[in-house]
Ligand binder design. Structure first.
Ligand code: NAD
Length: 316
């Protein structure tokens, strides 16, 4: 055999570092259990996108604490999903509640690996409330307290619980309204921009401790939040009713409303074909929560079929 070929076939000279582990492929996580053994808290996990995240995390082997203000829905979901899921009442805008939710997860399961800051409110949708000329300062404050302060408090208490183990993943649900103007009410848009900024800043600080911080920005998903906003938009009396409250008044969406909303979103989308569903947002959250994204931090994963990346002004 020619000497050159002998050298090529003789692998004894290759350092051990050439083994697959160098490239991170030594112990692939089975695709169906990407959260095996991990402990997660999902805020606002009782319904909508949060519920989809809870279900997917559990499917992938996680133990999950649902932290929500809707006791009935949260308790029912936890009971339906079995012994690895529990519910804790938690208003994310109240620091003691957030601290208690983290303590509960650590006491029950021994540690915290993942926090998903999903809880959020859209804010009042009346014509007056939507205008910068007439918005109510108290309502603006309420939306910011839930959507922005709630996320910051979650980061604070989750990171404290993660510090000692020098690992952890914090995933917050922002919005396309945190990327572009004109996609949501003023307070909501300000709060979602705040989440994107907080994510980058917290990633900057917590990276030194091995903790990753990212966010996911969905386009329109036909959840109770969006359907109620749409109902108000089509109901002239509600649009002028100063007492109508989009977030507190949410009824279970009817199938035909979900279909109609999905049709509206499909019409607005750049990417034609698929319909954006809660499961798509849950898959993005799962990726950022799991070790599959172990070198990604400070990132905003926009799940919008390209809506915020382009505007077809030249007839492409
Ligand atoms: N649906 C969409 O089109 C869409 C688009 C972009 C971003 N988002 C974001 O996704 C997240 C989930 O939205 P959704 O559409 O599932 O909404 P949803 O209203 O259907 O569900 C929200 C959940 O959060 C809970 N919640 C509300 N206030 C809370 C508080 N103070 N503390 C704890 N829990 C609270 C509710 O009880 C509910 O279970 C929100 O942050 C929302 O802003 C939604």
């Amino acid at each position: 055999m020619p000497a050159a070929l002998e050298v090529m076939q003789d692998k004894s000279h290759q350092p051990a570092a050439m083994a697959p582990s160098l490239h991170g492929w030594d112990a692939p996580t089975p695709m169906h259990k990407r959260m095996d053994g991990k402990v997660a808290i999902v805020t606002g996990g009782a319904r909508g996108i949060g519920e989809a995240i809870v279900r997917l995390f559990v499917k992938h082997g996680a133990k999950v604490v649902i932290a929500d203000i809707d006791d009935a829905a949260g308790e029912a979901l936890a009971a339906a999903l079995g012994p690895h899921v529990s519910f804790v009442r938690c208003d994310v805008s109240v620091e003691e509640d957030v601290e208690r939710a983290v303590e509960r997860a650590v006491a029950r399961y021994g540690r915290l690996d993942v926090l998903c800051n999903n809880a959020g409110v859209l804010g009042r949708q009346t014509r007056a409330a939507k205008s910068i000329l007439s918005f109510d300062a108290g309502e603006f404050d309420r939306v910011l307290r839930v959507n922005a302060l709630g996320v910051a408090l979650g980061m604070k208490h989750a990171a404290r619980a993660m510090l000692a183990r020098r690992t952890g993943s914090i995933v917050s649900i922002a919005s396309v309204a945190g990327v572009l103007g004109g996609l949501g009410p003023h307070a909501y848009t300000a709060s979602k921009h705040a989440i994107v900024g907080l994510t980058k800043n917290a990633a900057c600080e917590l990276g030194a401790h091995g903790i990753r911080v990212n966010c996911v920005s969905p386009f329109g998903v036909a959840t109770p939040m969006l359907i109620n906003a749409w109902r108000q938009g089509h109901d002239a009396s509600a649009a002028d009713d100063a007492d109508a409250d989009i977030d507190l008044d949410i009824a279970v969406p009817r199938d035909e409303e979900v279909e109609k909303m999905e049709e509206v979103v499909r019409g607005l989308a750049t990417l034609k074909g698929p319909t954006l569903r809660p499961r798509d947002i849950a898959e993005a959250a799962l990726f950022l929560a799991s070790d599959d994204s172990r070198y990604i931090s400070g990132h905003n994963l926009v799940v919008d079929g390209g809506v915020t990346t382009s505007r077809n002004l030249i007839g492409l």
